[in-house]
Ligand binder design. Structure first.
Ligand SMILES: [Zn+2]
Length: 257
């Protein structure tokens, strides 16, 4: 118990250290309102583990996301959205060689039985099967059937990463991509003067992000040579599975032949 209360004190300290008294009042009111066992709280379904019930809040980098995490399998909103989309798409019932960047365990478990060869990849040694830099892939051209890279593109130079993904995919192969996007912006926000964790957090919403994509993300994917399909998470899905309304999946296919 002493250990738990220490964690709770530290977490509260980290959350509130930089808040003014007025912000503290508002935060406290919000937390109390949200914690009330009334219409703010709902039972959701997890398509990954079939859990049904309440989901847990997540302290994101710049916001608290209520009903985000499945308490059973720890899936978050985008994992459930991807699972629901894959279940309904004939191309995702079985894969040949599948490459999963920055792999999320809850999705690995889902993908492994569907793949003839499933490999994970990360730029950091020890985190995945292959140590790969997505901007410069040490892989043969046309050697991969499908790729998944969730919330990777906002960390890297997409002008290098997207052509590399196209190169290693077989004709007709596809990349499943997700990333934060602000569609009200025609152009992505990049700023060459921004360096370092604190400035990147301030400008791009997280200390290791290098931009926030705007609506031109779609043009950037097409410009690399892909055919692009987009899938958008709708309101009914959010109400049942606690996905994020308007969340997007980008299915970038290397043109066949
Ligand atoms: Zn679950």
């Amino acid at each position: 118990m002493r250990f738990l209360s220490k964690i709770a004190r530290r977490t509260a300290g980290a959350l509130t250290r930089n808040l003014r008294p007025y912000d503290m009042q508002r935060l406290t009111k919000t937390l109390v309102d949200r914690a009330r066992p009334d219409s703010e709280q709902h039972d959701f379904r997890c398509p990954l583990c079939n859990y049904q019930g309440r989901f847990a809040p997540i302290f994101g980098s710049d916001a608290i996301r209520f009903s985000s995490e499945c308490p059973e399998c720890h899936s978050r909103e985008r994992h459930r959205f991807l699972k629901l989309w894959m279940d309904g798409d004939p191309r995702c019932q079985s894969f040949g060689r599948f490459l999963h960047f920055a792999p999320e365990p809850v999705l690995s478990k889902e993908l492994i039985p569907k793949c003839r060869q499933y490999q994970t990849a990360d730029i950091e040694p020890g985190r995945a099967d292959l140590v790969l830099n997505i901007e410069e892939l040490a892989l043969e051209s046309q050697s991969v059937d499908a790729v998944m890279a969730n919330h990777v593109l906002e960390h890297v130079n997409d002008g290098k990463a997207l052509p590399e993904l196209l190169r290693v995919l077989r004709p007709g192969g596809f990349a499943i991509l997700t990333t934060p996007v602000i569609y009200a912006w025609a152009e992505s926000y990049e700023n060459a003067a921004v360096h370092g964790t604190s400035q990147q957090h301030l400008h791009f919403g997280q200390g290791d992000h290098v931009r926030i994509f705007g609506a031109d993300l779609e043009d950037r994917i097409r410009a690399a040579g892909f055919q692009l399909e987009t899938v958008c998470a709708d309101g009914a899905m959010a109400a049942r599975y606690a996905t994020i309304r308007g969340d997007m999946i980008y299915v970038a296919t290397r043109p066949p032949g």
